[in-house]
Design a binder for this molecule. Sequence first.
Ligand SMILES: Nc1ncnc2c1ncn2[C@@H]1O[C@H](COP(=O)(O)OP(=O)(O)OP(=O)(O)O)[C@@H](O)[C@H]1O
Ligand SMILES: Nc1nc2c(ncn2[C@@H]2O[C@H](COP(=O)(O)O)[C@@H](O)[C@H]2O)c(=O)[nH]1
Length: 188
Amino acid sequence: MSRTPRLFVVSGPSGAGKGTLVSLVREQRPDLGLTVSATTRQPRPGEVDGVSYHFLSKEEFATRVEAGEFLEWANVHGNCYGTLRSEVDRNLAAGRSVILEIDVQGALNVRKVYPDAVLVFIEPPSMEVLEQRLRGRGTEDEQSLELRLADAAGEMEMAREYDERVVNDDLQESCAELLRVLDSHEMN
Ligand SMILES: Nc1ncnc2c1ncn2[C@@H]1O[C@H](COP(=O)(O)OP(=O)(O)OP(=O)(O)O)[C@@H](O)[C@H]1O
Ligand SMILES: Nc1nc2c(ncn2[C@@H]2O[C@H](COP(=O)(O)O)[C@@H](O)[C@H]2O)c(=O)[nH]1
């Protein structure tokens, strides 16, 4: 089966399940290009520099912004996050589709640079479930959790700007749906 490599952008509120879904999708699609974002956020227990993120100081991040190294970057829930151009270009040049898992501001900025990028919004089944998932993950202190939930309302409003929407209720079904979305755009 021949596929046209595409740039996919997956966004949605914190806790919607983007990371979980994308990891599952990668198990079925090991051909997808891998990119590692940069962030000024502190690593969580178990996160590895260069694997989970490139963890940068605020000064290092600003230097890279100045040097034009980011395809997009944004302040998300109080920290800076950015996609390195080199990581995306390397994969697309090698003929691999890429999935970026980034926030809504970043997604709309990627579309300005790559108008053919496919924007996929991952929705939680409800705001109550979103809160349960975020609390259940156990990674955020109360302040960060409340900021993420407050930001979620505005992020949900942006879903209408996206090309595709997947409601992440049952994980396996959502994974199958996301795989179908990827297929449908790569076969175009
Ligand atoms: N379909 C699902 N059903 C039940 N739990 C889920 C489902 N999808 C994800 N989760 C759980 O919800 C929590 C949040 O998921 P995840 O970390 O993937 O969210 P995220 O959208 O990537 O968040 P962030 O934007 O903060 O990185 C995790 O504990 C994960 O195991
Ligand atoms: N604009 C960008 N947003 C990004 C990028 N990498 C991750 N993110 C978003 O940050 C939030 C929070 O992530 P967390 O790891 O602190 O939970 C998450 O929802 C992502 O969408 C990026 O490179 N650019």
